[in-house]
Structures are given as structure tokens and as C-alpha cells.
Design a protein. Structure first.
Length: 138
């Protein structure tokens, strides 16, 4: 199995252990940022954590990604701000999808192209919803 100490060595569709993923994504929360710069993202598409109902758009190259904050209205905290600050930049970050405990599929590199603060009727709270676009130049 390839090491992912170097993010350039990640292989789309490959399944990695948490030990391998944590070399890139060093925290358990879904949004990893450092000093305001987005580093990497985690999802499970709401299967395990329904408070984060991420989903694909009209194609597999678009994901609607839920911001940070498990309870109550989500805030413009440092993690959500890092996503907002990356809109319109050339930054593309790795995204990992949790399949089951200890099994994470690398979904490629993604750019944040939009962010909206919306009311989610199902959760009865305000959520940050970010549009991610698959980055194809990696």
C-alpha cells in the first residue's frame, strides 16, 4: 500500500486506513485548517453523521458540503471561514470519504467554488453549505 506522507502520492478511489489518512488530515473533525488555510476535508455523506448531510450534485464532480458545527446554528468559526477564504482561489484539497471504521476512500482533490448560509428545514437550523468542484489538473 502506498504511503500518503506526501499528498501527491494519494490515489483516487484507493481505500486508506485512518493511520494513513491522519498523515494528511491530522484531526478527527471534518474540516482541517491551519492558520486559516484549508488543508483537507472528510465526509461520510451523512451516513454516519446525519448532522452533516453532504451530497453529490448533478454529477460526481460536484459535492454540496456541510460546514462545521454539530448542534444549533453553524457559526462563522475558523473552519468555516477557511472554506470561505478558499473560494475563488486555485487551492485544491484532498477529500476522504469514510466507508466504515478505519476505511477511508480518497476521492481526489476538490476546490471550494461557493458558500451559502442557509436554513435547513430537516435539521431546523442554519447551515453553511459549500459547493465543492472536483479538481481535474492533479
Amino acid at each position: 500500500m502506498e504511503s500518503i506522507n506526501n499528498p501527491d502520492a494519494l490515489i483516487s478511489g484507493h481505500v486508506y486506513s485512518w493511520t494513513e489518512v491522519s498523515r494528511t488530515h491530522r484531526i478527527r473533525n471534518g474540516i482541517y485548517q491551519r492558520k486559516g488555510r484549508l488543508i483537507s476535508l472528510l465526509t461520510d455523506f451523512g451516513r454516519i453523521n446525519p448532522c452533516y448531510p453532504d451530497y453529490h450534485g448533478n454529477s460526481k464532480d460536484t459535492i454540496f458540503y456541510t460546514g462545521s458545527g454539530r448542534h444549533g446554528d453553524q457559526k462563522l468559526d475558523p473552519t468555516n471561514r477557511a472554506l470561505i477564504e478558499s473560494i475563488g482561489t486555485e487551492l485544491a484539497v484532498p477529500l476522504f470519504n469514510k466507508l466504515s471504521p478505519g476505511r477511508w476512500e480518497f476521492m481526489g482533490y476538490w476546490q471550494v467554488i461557493d458558500g451559502k448560509y442557509i436554513f435547513d428545514e430537516k435539521q431546523n437550523r442554519m447551515l453553511w453549505k459549500f459547493t465543492l468542484q472536483k479538481y481535474s489538473n492533479v
